[in-house]
Design a protein around this ligand. Structure first.
Ligand SMILES: Nc1ncnc2c1ncn2[C@@H]1O[C@H](COP(=O)(O)OP(=O)(O)OP(=O)(O)O)[C@@H](O)[C@H]1O
Ligand SMILES: [Mg+2]
Length: 461
C-alpha cells in the first residue's frame, strides 16, 4: 500500500445488497472500497487493483470464493483475504484458513468482527511502514566505501581494510563471483596513500594470450609484427597508483614470471626493450578460484602466489551472510528508485522471505540485478512478493561459482519455486507483449533461443 492512499478493500460478492452494505461500512472505517460482483475478471485486474485486503463471498455462481482466494494468494500474496459465507461449517473454515485466508465470517456479517479484522490489516500496514523507515536509516550506517554489510564477517572485513589500506603493497582478494572483490580493491586504493593517483583495473581473463605482455608491460616500436608505435603498458600507466589484476589465476606462466620480477625489483621491461624501467605500483590481485589449488596443480607459480598472498582478504559468499540481505536490498532499492524515478521505499515481508531463501549463486551481483529488475517493473511504494518472484528466475544466470558445499534443503525448495514461476512469468510476459517473442526475450533478459528452449520445455511452442 502506498503512503498517500487509504488502505484498499476489495469486496467480491454476487449480491449487490452485501456490496453496498460493506462499502458504506468500510468507507466509514477510512478504507477505500472497490466492489466486484464476481471473480471472472480479477486475474487480470488484480495487479492494477492492488488491494490490501479482500472480502470474498464463498458461494458465487461463476467463480467460487475458494478459487478467488487461491487466485489472490497466487497473484498478490501480500493481500489478506477474508472469506464470508451463509453456510459456515468448521471444515470449510479450516480449509479456507489452510489456503491462506485471514479469517472466515458467517453471514449475516458481524460488523464488529469485520472492524477488528480491518484494523488488524491496517496496523500490519502501518507497522511495516515504520519498519521500512528504520531499515533505510540503518542501511546507511552499515555502509563502508560503497559496500553494505552488517554481518560480523563483513564488519570485520571492513575493519581489516581500514587497517591495511595505508600499508599494504600487495594484496590478494579471493571470493566467489559477485561477492564484491573489485569493491574491496577500490576501497584499499581509496583509503591508501595513493588515493589521488590512478587505479587501473585489468581483467586477466579478457585478454588473448599473445597480447598479455604488451598490455601489461608495453612494447617498443617494431617489437613484433603490427607494433607500429612504441606503447606504454599498464604498469607504466599506473605508476604511483594501483593496478588491479582481476582473475589473476588466468595469467599465462610466461607473464607470471615477468610479474614476479616487477613485484620483486620494481622494474618493467617493455616487450622488445633491452632495458627495464622503474615503476612504483601497488598490485592488488583477485581470484574467484582457490588459487592455491592452481599452485598445487602446477598452473600458478608458487613464488608468485606467496608474493601476492602477503595479505589475503577472503570474501564470504552471500549464502554465508544472509543477515546482510535486507540491508543490501534496502540500499539497492534506494539506488534504483532514484535512478528510475520511482517511489519505492522497501519490500513486503513475503518478498523479504523470498530474498532471504534464494540460493544466490551469483552473490551480491545477482541480488542487485534482481532488485534492479523488480524496481523497473514495480509501480508501488513497496516491492511485493510477486514483483520479486517475477524476476527471481528471469535474471540472466551468472557464471557458475567456484565449487561450493552442497546446497542446503531450503535452497532446493527455492529452486523448485523458481522453476514453477518461470513458466508463469514467461506466459505473463508473452501476454504483455502480445505474443512477440523477440520482445518477450528482451524483457526477460534472455536470448531468443533460450526463450524457445523454455517454451519447448513448457510445451508452449
Ligand atoms: N557489500 C556490497 N555492498 C553493495 N554492493 C555490493 C557489495 N558487494 C558487491 N556489490 C555489488 O555487486 C556487484 C559485483 O561486485 P564486484 O564486481 O566487486 O564483484 P566481484 O567479486 O569482483 O565479481 P567477479 O568475480 O564476478 O568479478 C557490483 O555491482 C557491486 O557494486
Ligand atoms: Mg570482479
Amino acid at each position: 500500500m502506498s503512503e498517500d492512499r487509504r488502505p484498499r478493500l476489495l469486496v467480491v460478492d454476487d449480491e449487490p445488497g452485501i456490496l453496498a452494505l460493506v462499502q458504506r461500512f468500510a468507507a466509514a472505517e477510512d478504507f477505500e472500497v472497490v466492489t466486484r460482483t464476481g471473480g471472472h475478471a480479477l486475474l487480470t485486474e488484480l495487479p492494477a487493483l492492488k488491494p490490501d485486503v479482500a472480502l470474498v463471498d464463498r458461494n458465487m455462481p461463476e467463480v467460487a470464493g475458494l478459487d478467488v482466494l487461491r487466485m489472490i494468494r497466487e497473484v498478490d500474496p501480500d493481500c489478506s483475504v477474508i472469506l464470508m459465507t451463509a453456510y459456515a461449517t468448521v471444515d470449510s473454515a479450516i480449509e479456507a484458513v489452510k489456503l491462506g485466508a485471514l479469517d472466515y465470517l458467517s453471514k449475516p456479517l458481524d460488523f464488529d468482527r469485520l472492524r477488528e479484522l480491518l484494523n488488524t490489516v491496517r496496523h500490519g500496514i502501518e507497522r511495516r511502514r515504520r519498519l521500512l523507515a528504520v531499515d533505510s536509516d540503518l542501511a546507511s550506517r552499515f555502509e563502508f566505501c560503497g559496500m553494505v554489510g552488517r554481518s560480523p564477517v563483513m564488519q570485520d572485513l571492513f575493519d581489516m581494510i581500514r587497517r591495511l589500506a595505508p600499508h599494504a603493497r600487495t594484496a590478494l582478494i579471493s571470493g566467489e563471483t559477485g561477492t564484491g572483490k573489485e569493491l574491496v580493491a577500490r576501497a584499499l586504493h581509496r583509503l591508501g596513500p595513493r588515493r589521488d593517483r590512478k587505479f587501473i583495473a585489468f581483467n586477466c581473463s579478457a585478454v588473448v594470450e599473445t597480447l598479455f605482455e604488451s598490455e601489461l608491460f608495453g612494447h617498443t616500436r617494431g617489437a613484433f609484427t603490427g607494433a607500429m608505435e612504441a606503447k606504454a603498458g599498464l604498469f607504466e600507466l599506473a605508476d604511483g597508483g594501483t593496478l588491479f589484476l582481476d582473475e589473476v589465476g588466468e595469467l599465462p606462466q610466461s607473464v607470471q614470471a615477468k610479474l614476479l620480477r616487477v613485484i620483486e625489483y620494481g622494474e618493467v621491461q617493455r616487450v622488445g626493450a633491452a632495458e627495464g624501467r622503474r615503476v612504483d605500483v601497488r598490485i592488488i590481485a583477485a581470484t574467484n578460484r582457490q588459487l592455491f589449488d592452481e599452485v598445487v596443480a602446477g598452473r600458478f607459480r608458487q613464488d608468485l602466489y606467496y608474493r601476492l598472498n602477503v595479505i589475503e582478504i577472503g570474501l564470504p559468499s552471500l549464502r554465508e551472510r544472509p543477515e546482510d540481505i535486507p540491508y543490501l536490498t534496502a540500499a539497492f532499492i534506494k539506488e534504483f528508485a532514484a535512478r528510475f524515478g520511482k517511489a519505492l521505499v522497501g519490500v513486503s515481508p513475503g518478498a523479504e522471505r523470498l530474498l532471504h531463501n534464494a540460493p544466490w549463486p551469483g552473490n551480491v551481483r545477482e541480488l542487485r540485478n534482481v532488485i534492479e529488475r523488480a524496481c523497473m517493473l514495480s509501480d508501488g511504494r513497496i516491492l511485493s512478493e510477486r514483483d520479486v518472484l517475477s524476476v527471481l528466475g528471469a535474471v540472466a544466470p551468472c557464471p557458475a561459482p567456484a565449487p561450493r558445499p552442497a546446497a542446503p534443503a531450503s535452497t532446493d525448495k527455492a529452486r523448485e519455486v523458481e522453476a514453477a514461476l518461470d513458466r508463469r512469468l514467461v506466459e505473463q510476459v508473452l501476454q504483455q507483449v502480445g505474443g512477440n517473442r523477440s520482445a518477450a526475450a528482451r524483457l526477460l533478459g534472455i536470448s531468443r533461443r533460450a526463450l524457445y528452449r523454455r517454451l519447448d520445455s513448457f510445451g508452449l511452442r
